[in-house]
Design a protein around this ligand. Structure first.
Ligand code: GLN
Length: 484
């Protein structure tokens, strides 16, 4: 049962082979069994799940069901949910209950999905390994000694371990695609503005975008359909028509022009990852795609640029966690300054503090022009590289990460080495483009991700290419032994 896709389970629900309540109970039992090992959930919402499932069964009985009605999902713990804690992986929000739902949550509730819980994540979405969570690291279902990736690592682990059919994530610098890649699931980061950010706790507002993880591109498309589109509550959401993401999934990719950026294939790619990538590329060629060599000359500046812009925005966004407006408040403050200092010192972990410090520095008078303004200029050059490239090709392909999942603890002492492992995913956020990661084999017995980047608002094309590859290959059907 846990290996079925959303469309398969949706058919079973429609034919009354199983009820939404039974489905919720089945997956809740899996969560109870496996979460102690995986730590992929921060909160399990059994009671709410069962009442949502009951409502779903009533909708199905009345003939009012959508394809998502009764489907068990999870939300990254950065999406605000009424009546359920939203911790953002931080002590600052360890007991926070939002008075409103994020738009993504509202839309999936309206479609009838059943929320089983909130997933573990790097604190305030800062990290690539889930190790900065106040609630302890989530584990990679393929090997419990390895990281699941981050920051949406709990969501990726939950989907890979078949604890839910799909999970939401957020992606400001790879946080949906990188954990999807490292856990062997399919993960989509839509175009900036395609999905509302309302009710997503902000990390770096010009980079943040809600995304989706599921077993297949088809399942991802089904969820995207429910959450995409203009939201009057988010002024950066795009007023741009939402296509039918499932209509053209099967369209042949004969003649598709695939760009291979020269700059992405320099030294430093793990040999197993390179082999898996080449094999996937030849499968795409067999389906009629054509390889075109392209240049993205400013690639090497992406990581330093990101690590100026993201901290700058986070230092501003996280100012609200001062123990007065939001967040943990220290006991018995002497005065207001003492309150701020002690509350904030106790609220955040090292990585969040490091980024607030860097962000405050690059925004301060005297340094603003040298760092922040420069970074914004380079951001434009990176976007212009992609604009040029998309004149020649339909999609651009890279591995999702240079290496498979690393060991828990391996990179915690060297944050820069962790930052560098985001080299393929970060430029996409700087440009605001959409991209999908899907499984394409194994290196060192751990999953490898294939990263397909599209032009603005071409999520339909990305799902189409990923779906065609999944119809003709079996990598996405591989599952960790923990699932059996
Ligand atoms: N891994 C990146 C970072 O550490 C990206 C995080 C994200 O996308 N939220 O910032």
């Amino acid at each position: 049962m846990q290996h079925k896709t959303i469309s398969e389970l949706s058919r079973d629900l429609a034919k009354r082979k199983i009820s939404a309540v039974e489905l919720a109970q089945y997956f809740l039992a899996r969560i109870k069994l496996l979460n102690p090992k995986l730590n992929s959930f921060i909160t399990i919402t059994e009671e709410q799940a069962l009442s949502q499932a009951k409502l779903a069964d009533q909708k199905i009985a009345r003939g009012e069901a959508t394809l998502l009605t009764g489907i068990p999902i999870a939300h990254k713990d950065t999406f605000c949910t009424t009546g359920i804690k939203t911790t953002c992986g931080s002590k600052a929000l360890a007991n926070f209950i939002s008075p409103y739902n994020a738009t993504v949550v509202e839309r999936l509730n309206a479609a009838g999905t059943v929320l089983l819980g909130k997933t573990n994540m790097d604190e305030f979405s800062m990290g690539s390994s889930n190790e900065t969570s106040y609630f302890g690291p989530a584990k990679n279902p393929w090997n419990l000694l390895n990281v699941p990736g981050g920051s949406s690592g709990g969501s990726a682990a939950a989907v890979a371990a078949r604890l839910v059919l799909a999970a939401t994530g957020t992606d400001s610098g790879g946080s949906v695609r990188q954990p999807a890649g490292l856990c062997g699931v399919t993960g989509l980061k839509p175009t900036y503005g395609r999905v509302s950010r309302y009710g997503m706790v902000a990390f770096a507002s010009s980079l943040d975008q809600a995304g989706i993880m599921a077993k297949t591109a088809e399942d991802v498309a089904l969820i995207l359909q429910a959450i995409a589109g203009l939201d009057p509550k988010d002024s950066t959401s795009a007023d741009f028509q939402v296509p039918d993401y499932c209509k053209n999934l099967e369209q042949p990719i004969q003649g598709l022009k695939i760009g291979l950026p020269k700059e992405y294939f320099t030294a430093g790619i793990n040999s197993g990852v390179a082999i898996a990538f080449d094999t996937a590329l030849s499968e795409l060629e067999k389906l009629g795609a054509k390889i075109v060599h392209i240049n993205l000359p400013h690639t090497k500046l992406a990581i330093p640029t990101y690590h100026v812009i993201a901290p700058a925005e986070c230092s501003s966004n996280l100012a609200r966690f001062d123990g007065v407006r939001f967040g943990y408040r220290c006991p018995n403050p002497k005065n207001i300054e003492d309150l701020y200092i002690r509350s904030r010192s106790a609220s955040f972990g090292d990585e969040v503090k490091r980024r607030i410090l860097i962000g405050t520095y690059v925004l301060s008078a005297g340094y603003y022009d040298n760092f922040y303004l420069q970074a914004q200029k380079i951001r434009q050059l990176i976007s212009a590289d992609f604009k040029e490239a998309f004149k020649q090709v339909d999609v651009i392909i890279t591995p999702t990460t240079p290496a498979p999942a690393f060991k828990i603890g391996e990179k915690t002492r060297d944050p820069v080495s962790m930052y560098l492992s985001d080299i393929f995913v970060v430029p996409i956020n700087l440009a605001g483009l959409p991209a999908i990661s899907l499984p394409c084999g194994f290196a060192e017995d751990l999953p490898v991700g294939l990263h397909i980047i599209g032009n603005y608002f071409t999520e339909e094309k990305l799902c189409n290419v990923a779906h065609c590859l999944q119809k003709n290959t079996a990598w996405h059907l591989e599952k960790p032994t923990i699932t059996t």
